[in-house]
Design a binder for this molecule. Structure first.
Ligand code: ADP
Ligand code: ZN
Length: 294
């Protein structure tokens, strides 16, 4: 008998990545659909999946904020996103109805955390964080292998962190908070502050010490709140490899010996790590979501 086929969508603010597959070593027909209007984008998404063989389930990891309360009338919607045209957009129920397939829905970062737990850098580790530093900043947390979910899903990208305006006069770009973590440290903040996109800033640029400082402040707060057993940092900005050693050192400095465990004091290189699935964490996470649903 053939292995069951699953669908996966990594729904992002710039592009929707769609794929089908039976597992991480068999991901087929990957396609990228630009995120334009919901009508146009979803039309292309539907056409992609309609051309595939029958799926057992479809997993969707979406940019947010999203509604994850199963009893809510707007379950599976993108809710208060600043992205024009995408407020109150039905994703999960629309796809379930139109494609006639069970849909598992979660945030993009929860999906990535689930994928990393299943196949990547958090295998065998029940409590972990996946944080993306890209156009925005988002975080997904697993506790005992399950995504943390409460009133809404966690919004770690908008943590309020100390901002020394003498060292960094930049006001931050978050439309809701100005200088929250995302406002100070996501890719667009680097572009605004330094006048060049993050990928054009050389490894010895002063931007990176400041970036590592902000990310370390956030990580320390998350370590003290959730006590994750591993932290995975992904997203475009984390391609700047100099950030990893700087963030690890700054986390140790800020904790100042208070959390006395070898993972932090001795082997922090294995504690704060890049995604094991690389840039496929999001799409494989969506596939893992579909497989959990089935
Ligand atoms: P998105 O968050 O839109 O899904 P990415 O995770 O690729 O997309 O993040 C895009 C951001 O990452 C942009 O702000 C870009 O400037 C930055 N970026 C991309 N490549 C690099 C790189 N090599 N070094 C540092 N920053 C990068
Ligand atoms: Zn914010």
């Amino acid at each position: 008998m053939n292995a069951p086929l699953y669908g996966a969508i990594e729904a992002g603010g710039t592009k929707f990545v769609c794929a089908v597959g039976t597992g991480p070593h068999d991901l087929r027909s990957t396609t990228r659909i630009p995120t334009t209007t919901p009508e146009e984008t979803l039309r292309h998404v539907r056409a992609f999946f309609e051309a595939q063989p029958t799926l057992t389930a479809l997993g969707v990891g979406s940019f947010g904020p999203v509604d994850l309360q199963p009893t809510s009338p707007t379950y599976g919607y993108i809710t208060s996103t600043p992205k024009p045209g995408w407020q109150n957009t039905d994703l999960a129920k629309h796809l379930q109805r139109e494609l006639k397939v069970p849909v598992a829905f979660d945030t993009d970062v929860n999906a990535a955390a689930i994928g990393e737990h299943r196949w990547g850098a958090a295998q065998g580790i029940g409590s972990c964080l996946y944080i993306t530093v890209g156009t925005g900043i988002g975080g997904g947390a697993l506790v005992n292998g399950e995504p943390v979910q409460g009133l809404v899903h966690p919004e770690m990208g908008h943590l309020i962190i100390p901002h020394d305006r003498t060292r960094d006069p930049y006001a931050g770009f978050c439309p809701f908070h100005g200088d929250c973590l995302e406002g100070l440290a996501a890719g667009p903040a680097l572009l605004d502050r330094w006048g060049k996109p993050a990928e054009a800033l050389p490894p010895d640029h002063q931007a990176w010490a400041l970036e590592a400082h902000y990310l370390a402040l956030a990580l320390v707060n998350l370590i003290l709140t959730l006590s994750p057993e591993r932290i995975i940092l992904g997203g475009g900005v984390m391609h700047q490899e100099v950030l990893f050693p700087m963030i690890r050192a700054e986390v140790q400095t800020l904790l100042n010996g208070y959390v006395k465990v070898p993972a932090i004091t001795d082997t922090i290189e294995a504690y704060i790590v890049p995604p094991g699935l690389g840039d496929r964490a999001g799409i494989l996470g969506a596939l893992a979501l579909a497989m959990r649903q089935a």
